[in-house]
Design a protein around this ligand. Structure first.
Ligand SMILES: [Zn+2]
Length: 336
């Protein structure tokens, strides 16, 4: 009896032992797979194929699916769009699929391919032509969790600072040649929609998107695994922030960035040059954040008032003596 009772008791004590055993086993398998990958391929190939895989899984495929959902089933998509029909690629619920939206999607995907090609070019130049070490660290040794977290934080903060400086002073400055490209391409969009995270003139895109993403990783010489985690984070952010949907994972964080991104577009680039808003907050270039709730409230109140007025006017028209149906009833009642 004691032996039977002791089995569930033993299993309770065994859970942490078993789970730590399976975690160690998973880590061992991961290490073996990683070292096989590093030993059987060149660092350049590991970097480029890793980048392609992450970009494909966490940005290109979900964004293409969201884009197709928006253009093929606009009536269903409009339900989850924050700005309703205005947030759809065509701007209308029942619009036909236009070449303009397909062009935007095509350029976005081309820009993404171009950024990977440039990354490949930089690594090839460094390693093969100049005989330097690779820009990212591709080694069998796994990075320590603390080292990984520190690099991720530094990389993301560096990306935010670079995005702000480049966006504000290279894409929204009268002295810069890139300004007219950025305004003519990216700022021609009415609202962000899936795939527009990578839509801009190719030159403006390379300077404002590729450089802020790749430079911090090269500057801190990320371990390849840290770089892939960093790229997963960036890709998920781009996918959801530009989707225009109200439903998002970690809605507090991503919704805030989405709101800031669309306000940059709505105000024709008056502010919100960074994604997270840290630099905008420090340098006081925030737009549309202070009275957001009040503005939304006001818009909703206006909308309610407009609808109430329409209903009221419609009922007045029905009751008016000159209107068709009510006139007939009125005459009839008088005759009786
Ligand atoms: Zn801009």
């Amino acid at each position: 009896m004691d032996a039977i009772l002791s089995i569930p008791m033993l299993s309770v004590f065994m859970i942490p032992v078993l789970s730590s055993y399976s975690t160690s086993l998973n880590l061992l398998f991961f290490y073996m797979t990683w070292s096989t990958l590093v030993l059987s391929h060149t660092p350049l190939r590991v970097e480029i194929f890793g980048t392609i895989a992450v970009r494909l899984i966490f940005y290109a495929l979900p964004s293409v699916l969201f884009f197709l959902f928006d253009i093929l089933t606009p009536s269903a998509a409009v339900v989850v769009k924050k700005h309703g029909a205005a947030g759809l690629p065509g701007g209308k619920r029942r619009s036909r699929i236009r070449t303009r939206e397909l062009k935007v999607a095509g350029w976005s995907l081309l820009n993404l391919c171009m950024s990977i090609a440039v990354q490949w070019g930089i690594e090839t130049l460094c390693v093969r032509a100049l005989g330097m070490r690779s820009a990212l660290k591709v080694s069998i040794r796994l990075p320590m969790p603390y080292e990984m977290l520190k690099d991720l934080l530094l990389g993301l903060l560096g990306r935010e600072a670079l995005t702000y400086v480049i966006h504000r002073f290279a894409l929204h400055s009268e002295q810069s040649v890139l300004t007219k490209y950025h305004l003519y391409w990216y700022h021609s969009l009415r609202a962000p929609y899936p795939l527009t995270a990578h839509y801009d003139h190719p030159l403006a895109y390379l300077v404002s998107n590729f450089i802020p993403t790749y430079l911090p990783a090269v500057f801190f010489r990320f371990h390849m695994l840290t770089y892939l985690c960093y790229l997963v984070f960036v890709s998920i952010q781009e996918t959801f922030v530009y989707s225009g949907y109200t439903v998002m994972p970690t809605s507090f964080f991503l919704s805030g960035i989405a709101r800031r991104t669309e306000m940059h577009l709505f105000t024709d680039g008056e502010g919100n040059f960074g994604a997270w808003g840290i630099m905008d907050w420090i340098l006081k270039t925030n737009v549309g954040d202070s009275d957001d709730a009040a503005d939304d409230e006001r818009d909703e109140a206006d909308e309610r008032e407009r609808k109430a007025r329409q209903v009221y006017e419609a009922s007045l028209r029905k009751l008016a003596p000159g209107s068709g149906k009510s006139k007939g009833h009125g005459n009839g009642s008088r005759r009786r």
